[in-house]
Design a protein around this ligand. Structure first.
Ligand SMILES: CC(C)(COP(=O)(O)OP(=O)(O)OC[C@H]1O[C@@H](n2cnc3c(N)ncnc32)[C@H](O)[C@@H]1OP(=O)(O)O)[C@@H](O)C(=O)NCCC(=O)NCCS
Length: 139
């Protein structure tokens, strides 16, 4: 059986499992549920009923949008699933996001080239500045 795209968010349990499979660590089910519920858009890739990939868009629905949690299960990487997920996200953006708004993402180290065909580029600081972030740690 081949895989297919479904324009919907994954269940929280699936989200937690996929994040662990790609090495992003554990998040609690309640955190996952809350995070997913705040999404503007979600897309999954499925092999039968099994979740093999996902991506979502978060943001203020007016000016700023972020592509988040683009992940493909290790067994399925390198077979075009990631491009399928990003294509669905780009279709959503083309149809929904107002002209002049900004779409950002944080590419994992070494993954930048995956996003460049979709028009994303590292910010050089001349316009829009340099992307920066921090993770909140317990003291
Ligand atoms: C990055 C990721 C989403 C790509 O998904 P994928 O299904 O493996 O990618 P695809 O098979 O659709 O490949 C699409 C294209 O991107 C390229 N590509 C894939 N991973 C890449 C990488 N790490 N660096 C550069 N290019 C990459 C492929 O070569 C392919 O190009 P081609 O069609 O010209 O051969 C997937 O590898 C993944 O989930 N990795 C772990 C989680 C992660 O790092 N997510 C990104 C967070 S920013």
């Amino acid at each position: 059986m081949t895989w297919r795209l479904v324009e919907a968010l994954p269940a929280a349990e699936e989200f937690v499992r996929l994040r662990e499979r790609v090495g992003w660590g554990a998040v609690g089910l309640e955190v996952a549920r809350t995070a997913l519920a705040q999404s503007l858009f979600g897309v999954t890739a499925r092999h039968g009923d099994e979740l093999i990939g996902m991506g979502r868009v978060i943001g203020d629905n007016a000016l700023y949008y972020y592509i988040q949690d683009v992940a493909v299960s290790p067994d399925w990487q390198g077979r075009g699933v990631g491009v399928g997920l990003m294509s669905a996200i780009e279709s959503y953006i083309a149809a929904t996001v107002p002209v002049g708004s900004c779409v950002g993402l944080l590419a994992a180290a070494g993954k930048e080239a995956f996003y460049t065909p979709f028009g994303y580029s590292p910010r050089d600081g001349s316009s829009l500045g340099h992307g920066m972030s921090k993770v909140i740690e317990r003291a």
